[in-house]
Write a protein that binds this ligand. Structure first.
Ligand code: NAI
Length: 334
């Protein structure tokens, strides 16, 4: 099958090509053509002649793009990620285009990155790193707190939340969670509460739910007001879960004590590119970067060797299953 791979980076090729070649040896390979730009209504015309597109988190799969894909004869959108909030599923369904995703590749990668943000923020590793390089060994401003005995709240207790909960339990934290679907695997590990209790009781709040209409700006001025003064907020899920100006106000007042982000609502124009020769135009993001108690990474929580291998395997299997008319085993989202 001829597949147009959008937003392609060298590390995508490095993991997709060997997996595809190995499949080819078993007569299951595909013709992969890599395109560096995002898939948008402007670039969608490149898909003509392809049966499938392979996309990532910041491709724009709105109704306009999908209309062009349908006109070009594309029958499959194979997302090489778990989230699919950037895909207009109704438009895909109406156009008869199937959408597959990779529901699980390494929940450990994302959960461990959330923990890295917690540890980095708490012990001020980002500031200590710079100080020591300046021959400055003063400790003032670096005071942390024991994780042991603290309450950690998770919004979302699915695959990533479950791994995160187990790690935090290992530190001696009490883990509470809000989730419309309680995870039976977490019985005895997590106490389920409503959102208001989650915000009121947690010293650290970590977001592990998907971005859907019900969770858009889950963290806003009102919910931040319910939190303990000085609470730590971690978001490795999707930027749209947070109302960023409200978070900036809370950082300025001290209501929020720490912020760790791997995702940002307007990240599509920033992340995954080297913009170091350009002026930063996003004033909200620029303000976030001024806080000493904020650590931001550029959507790298998924970025481990194990995760990239799994993403390549599962995405190519999804494409093979579609090509063979097999629909079992693939998580179709439209
Ligand atoms: P999952 O589907 O296994 O779990 C999500 C959980 O959130 C489910 O238990 C669901 O019931 C729950 N949920 C849904 N609505 C909720 C609400 N209103 N309040 C609280 N919980 C709610 O998904 P998984 O694999 O754990 O991934 C979670 C999210 O992590 C993904 O949706 C994706 O946005 C993000 N992600 C981020 C990555 C990164 O590199 N930063 C990589 C992979 C995923």
């Amino acid at each position: 099958m001829k597949v147009a791979v959008f937003s392609a980076k060298s590390y995508d090729r490095e993991h997709f090509d060997p997996t595809n070649q190995a499949n080819q040896a078993n007569h299951g390979g595909h013709e992969l053509v890599y395109f560096e730009p995002h898939l948008t209504p402007q670039t969608a015309i490149l898909c003509c002649g392809f049966e499938a597109v392979c996309c990532f988190v910041n491709d724009t799969l709105n109704s306009e793009t999908i209309g062009i894909l349908a006109d070009c004869g594309v029958g499959l959108i194979a997302m090489r990620c778990a989230g699919f909030n950037n895909v207009d599923l109704e438009a895909a369904k109406a156009a008869g285009i199937r959408v597959a995703r990779v529901p699980e590749y390494s929940p450990h990668a994302v959960a461990e990155h959330a923990v890295a943000l917690i540890l980095g923020l708490n012990r001020n590793l980002h500031r200590a790193y710079n100080r020591v390089r300046e021959n400055d060994y003063a400790l003032s401003g670096l005071l942390g707190f024991d994780l042991y005995g603290k309450t950690v709240g998770m919004a979302g207790s699915g695959k990533i939340g479950a791994v995160f909960a187990r790690i935090m339990t290992g530190f001696g934290c009490q883990v509470i969670a809000s989730d419309p679907h309680e995870n039976p695997d977490l019985e005895g590990i997590v106490d389920y509460v409503e959102n208001d209790q989650l915000f009121a009781r947690s010293d650290i709040i970590s977001l592990h739910c998907p971005l859907v209409p019900a969770t858009h700006h889950l963290i806003n001025a009102a919910t931040i007001g319910q939190m303990k003064p000085g609470a730590m907020l971690i978001n490795t899920s999707r930027g749209g879960l947070i109302d960023t100006p409200a978070v900036i106000n809370a950082l300025k007042s001290g209501q929020l004590g720490y912020l760790g982000l791997d995702v940002y609502e307007e990240e599509a124009d920033l992340f995954f590119e080297d913009n170091s020769n350009m002026l930063l135009q996003d004033d909200v993001f620029a303000r976030l970067l001024t806080f000493p108690n904020v650590i931001i990474t550029g959507h790298q929580a998924f970025f481990t060797r194990e995760a990239l291998n799994a993403i390549a395997h599962i995405t190519l299997n999804n494409i093979s299953d579609y090509a063979a008319g097999r629909h079992n085993g693939v998580e179709w989202v439209a």
